[in-house]
Design a protein around this ligand. Structure first.
Ligand code: LLP
Length: 449
């Protein structure tokens, strides 16, 4: 599954185990990079990418990594060098993709609120002009705006219409995007009218259908339903003379926050490939936009226990990472497996689960230092007895971890490190206090008329 594993601790008589990322002990990484820090495993990331491309090989998809899940330049570069394109949703993400060396011809650009400046930036970069790159258009007004700007620049770009297939992905309501009431895309019933109105525009050429119904989606059925609706739409559009060359299936494949929680990538592919294989042979191009499934288990957050505190019936482990570093437990009540990086062999975790069924665990709240009661990673979580100074790993943190981190309570953003075998690179420096205030140093008076 990944390369975060417990091995006998060589510095001990054999009674302890230590968590390693690839060949490096977590304690060593924490010593070199400090805490809190995000640790990514290169081997895990690339294995996930290879597993995805192998599973979907019959569709020969362009895999556009969803930058929003983890935008670190080194992560984007690794995937770009492996052949991935990028799914971007802002000018900043496009800037990252290009900085990572990924050409705009391999970028798809979604997002409900593209500004004029962002559209110009993407057109100037050549997005949608060649290759499989596309603007994924989310509304009638947005289409008109892209077409207007392209016309003014005498540019031509390809675009897909994001349709909302009204399928329930059965995920958290904050990350469910494919139902009728969502702000994303255009209701599928409106799609034909959309093509009739805009489908012959010479500057913004509508040639694709885009889907993204939610994240994470732990069953294959919502994909089957939405692909069936999309292919029916493609046929109806063809009957009206519109040629759809590209179907972008979006992202949303699950990740194992608990061992074996998610269908395998092969299982998603087994459900999806038969629906599309014949069309691909006839020339349809497929795009996938995975984020979480590639990077979630390629990363952990390391944090040091600052204090143990009891309060009434409760025991708290107060850590140096907080909701500012990893927001998912606070925002979505998301489960992240947490375990001490060095523990006795009897506590070595054979799997990752809410219920570990190991004798001697004690319930504890794992919390951060932020001044909010919502600042927690786990509540009443059975864990091996913890002490001040212990190093904890918060697992499956590679996706939407650092990407959603903030400086709340004036906490500098944490470091990010990339491990490759027994070598480590700091791929994002820990911010300094000076970084916190750098943009406030010299207020610039703006004179108004
Ligand atoms: N494509 C589009 C258009 C998206 O909006 C997203 C995610 C993806 C692809 C990638 O989805 P993935 O393969 O990573 O599931 N912050 C939330 C997740 C929000 C997902 C937003 N869109 C979380 O931490 O769970």
């Amino acid at each position: 599954m990944d390369h975060f594993v417990y091995r006998p601790d060589r510095h001990d008589g054999g009674d302890h185990v230590a968590m390693h990322c690839e060949q490096l002990p977590a304690e060593e990484i924490a010593r070199l990079a400090g805490t809190p820090c995000y640790v990514y495993s290169k081997a895990t990331l690339l294995e996930h990418y290879q597993r995805l491309t192998a599973a979907f090989a019959p569709l020969a998809p362009l895999v556009c990594y969803s930058i929003k899940s983890c935008g670190n330049l080194s992560i984007c570069k690794l995937l770009g060098e492996a052949g991935a394109g990028m799914d971007v949703v802002s000018g900043g993400e496009l800037y990252r993709a290009l900085a990572a060396g990924v050409p705009a011809s391999r970028c798809v650009y979604a997002g409900v609120g593209k500004t004029d400046a962002e559209i110009e930036q993407a057109l100037d970069a050549g997005l949608g002009a060649s290759g499989l790159g596309l603007f994924n258009v989310e509304s009638e007004e947005e289409f008109e705006n892209i077409a207007r700007i392209a016309r003014r620049k005498n540019a031509v770009c390809n675009a897909a219409l994001r349709v909302n297939p009204d399928v329930d992905p059965k995920t958290h309501r904050y990350t469910s995007t494919g139902k009728k009431e969502s702000k994303f895309g255009v209701d599928i019933e409106r799609a034909k009218a959309f093509f009739r109105r805009f489908g012959r525009d010479p500057h913004c050429r509508l040639c694709g259908i885009h889907l993204h119904i939610g994240s994470p989606i732990y069953t294959t059925q919502p994909y089957v339903e939405s692909v069936q609706k999309a292919t029916a739409l493609i046929d109806e559009l063809a009957a009206e003379g519109f040629t759809i060359t590209t179907l972008d299936l979006g992202g949303g494949f699950g990740a194992d926050y608990e061992t074996d929680q998610s269908p395998t990538l092969a299982a998603y592919a087994d459900a999806i490939v038969p629906l599309l294989a014949a069309r691909v042979l006839r020339g349809l191009k497929i795009i996938l936009e995975p984020g979480r499934t590639l990077v979630a288990n390629a990363g952990v957050l390391l944090t040091r226990v600052l204090y143990i505190k009891t309060s009434g019936e409760k025991t708290f482990a107060i850590c140096d990472a907080g909701m500012n570093d990893l927001l998912r437990p606070s925002l979505y009540q998301a489960f992240h497996f947490i375990w001490p990086c060095r523990t006795t062999a009897s506590f070595a975790p054979a799997r990752r689960a809410k219920d570990m069924a190991i004798d001697g665990l004690l319930p504890i709240d794992v919390v951060g230092p932020i001044c909010e009661s919502g600042d927690f990673f786990a509540v009443d979580r059975p864990l091996p007895p913890l002490r001040r100074g212990d190093l904890l790993a918060i697992y499956t943190a590679g996706a939407y971890g650092m990407a959603m981190a903030s400086r709340y309570n004036s906490t500098p953003l944490p470091a990010e490190v990339l491990v490759d075998g027994s070598t480590l690179a700091i791929v994002r420096k820990r911010e300094s206090y000076e970084d916190l205030i750098a943009h406030e140093r010299s207020p610039e008076p703006v004179v108004t008329g």
